[in-house]
Design a protein around this ligand. Structure first.
Ligand SMILES: Nc1ncnc2c1ncn2[C@@H]1O[C@H](COP(=O)(O)OP(=O)(O)O)[C@@H](O)[C@H]1O
Ligand SMILES: [Mg+2]
Length: 263
């Protein structure tokens, strides 16, 4: 059933992306409610109501759903139990199953790899020993915690196996993914939108410059050849279709000597 202006859109998360979504939705005549733990979150003053609750608060997610016609999210660390509870009341897009793949770096990388998408060399490390073994195999690597972390947080740059104890402890002793350090020529990202009926819109690649692993600036469209842009767009479309995502997806891609690897 289409969600027409006048209906209420619920957003799990009220950060910058929630704020931008709210601004666009407001202009189209929708009402909005958000859930965010921060009472002063970025979307707060653009929405009709905020539920102040944690991203893992299943009851609160259900309460939000009960007051909305449709639910979406703006950050990947939303608890999937809450998403599933909310989906009993209203359509939730994207689906909890998509989020389960995306919010866990181990699940994400192994899914990409198994589904046939190009990724750099990686190993899963659940113990200090496994991390050490991966570092022996790879040399300089990025060790990333499976869960949480963004803007380079939740990561440890390791030079050799001697760094395994510090990496394991530093990342909280949880599951990690060890990625061989790549000589990246350029980082690009592609935004894709997919409807429930499977229509896909792919946006032109953005070129992203990171400083200290944090996005500093982007150039849109990326200064790359049309053929490389087309390959990046096809990769992003492929991921959206394989995930059968309903909503928006941003795919980060590394360009290395003309090859493309999904980050
Ligand atoms: N395997 C790698 N090799 C080289 N650089 C990497 C690698 N993984 C990450 N980086 C650098 O660190 C940045 C942040 O890593 P990323 O996995 O995208 O984490 P986040 O979720 O914080 O964006 C990347 O944009 C890239 O510049
Ligand atoms: Mg990134």
């Amino acid at each position: 059933m289409p969600i027409a202006p006048g209906a209420t859109i619920g957003i799990l998360g009220g950060g910058q992306l929630g704020r931008m979504t709210a601004m666009a939705a407001r202009e189209m005549g929708f009402r909005l409610r958000v859930l965010d733990p921060d009472p002063a979150c970025a979307a707060r003053f653009l929405v009709d109501e905020q539920i102040v609750a944690g991203f893992d608060d299943t009851q609160a997610a259900r309460r939000l759903a009960g007051a909305c016609d449709v639910l979406t999210l703006e950050i990947e660390k939303i608890g999937t139990a809450g998403l599933r509870a909310a989906a009993e009341l209203v359509p939730v897009r994207p689906d909890a199953a998509v989020l389960e793949v995306i919010q866990d770096r181990v699940a994400q990388k192994t899914w990409l790899d198994r589904t046939g998408f190009p990724v750099g060399a990686y190993k899963v490390g659940t113990t200090e020993g496994e991390i050490a073994a991966a570092l022996v195999a790879f040399g300089r690597s990025f060790v990333k915690a499976a869960r949480g972390g963004y803007d380079g947080r939740g990561q440890f740059e390791a030079e050799s196996a001697a760094d395994a104890p510090a990496a394991f402890k530093g990342l909280g002793g949880e599951s990690c993914i060890v990625e061989r350090a790549l000589k990246i020529d350029r980082e690009i990202s592609v935004l894709v939108a997919r409807t429930p009926s499977g229509q896909v819109a792919v946006y032109p690649p953005a070129e992203n410059h990171h400083e200290s692993r944090i996005l500093a600036w982007s150039v849109l469209p990326a200064r790359i050849s049309p053929s490389l842009a087309r390959r990046a767009e096809e990769l992003a479309r492929g991921v959206a279709e394989a995930l059968a995502i309903e909503g928006l997806l941003c795919v980060e891609i590394f360009e290395i000597e003309g090859d493309l690897l999904i980050n």
